[in-house]
Ligand binder design. Structure first.
Ligand code: SME
Length: 159
């Protein structure tokens, strides 16, 4: 497909529902993980205007920064540390309405106010996370969780 996205308006559900098939088409048969995760980040950033969105991938027992869109971010996160490390350790999505109230939150940017982190599984193990940050409080809810988990399940097949 042409490398541009059709802009979708409507509810959050509408935007996710309209974006998902476009992401699938954008990736097509491409197998390069960096290229694909880069394009997934860019598509989500373009559709929602998230402050920061990107991937951390498990390498040698740590989460290491992968493709992302947004301001510079910390490079390595240990298991159990921060929101990303918590999602890895708990093997589940962590939704943080107010990062100041999350014990151990890693503030890559002081502008980040709320966050959602969704694990990526491969053969039952966490192999990375998708991290999305907003500069607004309570930006993420169960709708984001539902769609981002579906997206991450699909992304796992690309890894
Ligand atoms: N806030 C995250 C660290 C990554 S940055 O937000 C990009 C955390 O607490 O794990």
């Amino acid at each position: 497909m042409a490398e541009d996205l059709v802009r979708i308006s409507g509810t959050k559900d509408d935007i996710y529902d309209g974006l998902f098939p476009q992401i699938v088409a954008l990736i097509g048969n491409e197998k390069d993980v960096v290229a694909n995760l880069g394009n997934v980040s860019a598509a989500l950033k373009e559709a929602f205007g998230f402050f920061w969105i990107g991937f951390y991938l498990v390498k040698d027992g740590e989460l290491v920064l992968g493709p992302f869109q947004g301001p510079v971010a910390c490079t390595r996160i240990q298991k159990g540390k921060g929101v990303c490390g918590a999602a890895w350790k708990q093997e589940q999505t962590v939704l943080v309405p107010n990062v100041d109230l999350f014990d151990g939150h890693i503030a890559c940017s002081s502008l980040s106010k709320s966050e959602i982190v969704v694990p990526l599984f491969k053969n039952g193990e966490v192999v990375g996370v998708l991290d999305v940050d907003s500069d607004k409080l309570e930006a993420f809810d169960q709708i984001d969780k539902k769609h981002l988990e579906k997206l991450c399940q699909w992304i796992s097949g690309l890894l």
